[in-house]
Design a protein around this ligand. Structure first.
Ligand code: SAM
Ligand code: DTB
Ligand code: SF4
Length: 309
């Protein structure tokens, strides 16, 4: 792993223009350089989570103002999925603030997956750790992607989360892959990690075999009440470098410019697309925090001459 981390760190250390040129070349070899894929998120079960992820506004133990809500009714989910589709999204991602689904939790999610898939949208779910058999049940219901992030480097992980370990995450990813689901797996930067640790995260993602089809790169959204609130913000150009390094090392993956876009100037987003990002979360909300309005995003894509995949 160290060799791989060294190699990614060497990329991150390149002069900015050299790094972006290399990323853009790799990007053009594998993708239409002007195309972006749009995924819309919906929180189907908000708040009250027993885990202690230091970045997350939905952990019950942090006082962030996010209330513990019940699972949304199917009709509400379908209404949101129809709206997402009408706005131009191609993938609908359903997130739940669970450590993982209990057996009784899964049935309503399977209904949602069937119904959303029937609309002709790609389906994605992010429900936490999976137990034996659950990935297969989701796959049979028509789930296309399962999102489960490594979040950060193994060596920084313990500073962010104590209620589950890195191996648990790799284990769930293994179950997802084994069930024949597409893997969506990425991480968060801007949590106070070093450049070396960002390199180690990317090296881990690139070492998954096969590599994940989708790789969300989140910039920490700082929420008051979470332990990471007040962390020094990452330099935007360092965020762009991280995207470029991900593009070069994950040449076939959709790299998603994920959380943190609302706080990001258009010029920085444009640099991220130049660095090889070719997917975004699209819709006015992420799970509990804001995202650019769809109209604003459409205007930005128009301005950049980008089309949707
Ligand atoms: N509870 C499930 C789990 O953690 O596996 C699924 C939902 S969880 C909110 C999905 C991902 O959202 C996390 O792994 C993390 O990468 C990202 N995330 C959560 N809060 C965030 C924040 N404040 N800023 C950026 N990304 C965040
Ligand atoms: C991912 O990597 N980012 C999304 C999605 N996968 C589930 C979630 C971002 C959450 C940002 C904080 C919030 O809105 O609660
Ligand atoms: Fe719970 Fe997921 Fe938030 Fe962690 S990231 S506290 S598991 S909702």
């Amino acid at each position: 792993m160290h060799n791989k981390t060294d190699a990614v760190e060497a990329l991150l250390n390149l002069p900015f223009n050299d790094l972006l040129y290399r990323a853009q070349c790799v990007h053009r070899e594998h993708f239409d350089a002007n195309s972006v894929q749009l995924s819309t998120l919906l929180s189907i079960k908000t708040g009250g989570c027993p885990e202690d992820c230091g970045y997350c506004p939905q952990a019950a133990r942090f006082h962030t103002g996010v209330e513990n809500e019940d699972v949304l009714p199917l009709a509400t989910v379908l209404e949101a999925a129809r709206a997402a589709q009408a706005n131009g999204a191609t993938r609908f991602c359903m997130g739940a603030a669970w450590r993982g689904p209990k057996e009784k939790d899964l049935a309503p999610v399977l209904e949602m997956v069937r119904a959303v898939r029937a609309l002709g949208l790609e389906t994605c779910a992010t429900l936490g750790m999976l137990r034996a058999g659950q990935a297969e049940q989701l796959q049979q219901a028509g789930l296309d992607y399962y999102n489960h992030n490594l979040d950060t480097a193994p060596e920084f992980y313990g500073a962010i989360i104590s209620t589950r370990d890195y191996e648990d995450r790799l284990d769930t990813l293994e179950k997802v892959r084994h069930a024949g689901l597409h893997v969506c797996c990425g991480g968060i930067v801007g949590m106070g990690e070093s450049r070396r640790e960002r390199a180690a995260l990317i090296a881990q993602l690139a070492s998954l075999d096969p590599q994940p089809e989708s790789v969300p790169i989140n910039n920490l959204v700082q929420v008051e009440g979470t332990p990471l609130y007040g962390t020094e913000a990452l330099d935007p150009l360092e965020f762009v470098r991280t995207i470029a390094a991900a593009r070069i090392t994950l040449p076939h993956s959709r790299i998603r410019l994920s959380a943190g876009r609302e706080q990001m100037p258009e010029a920085v987003q444009a640099l991220c697309f130049l660095a090889g990002a070719n997917s975004i979360f699209y819709g006015d909300k992420l799970l509990t925090t804001g995202n650019p309005e769809t109209q604003r995003d459409r205007a930005l894509l128009e301005k950049l001459g980008m089309c949707t995949a």
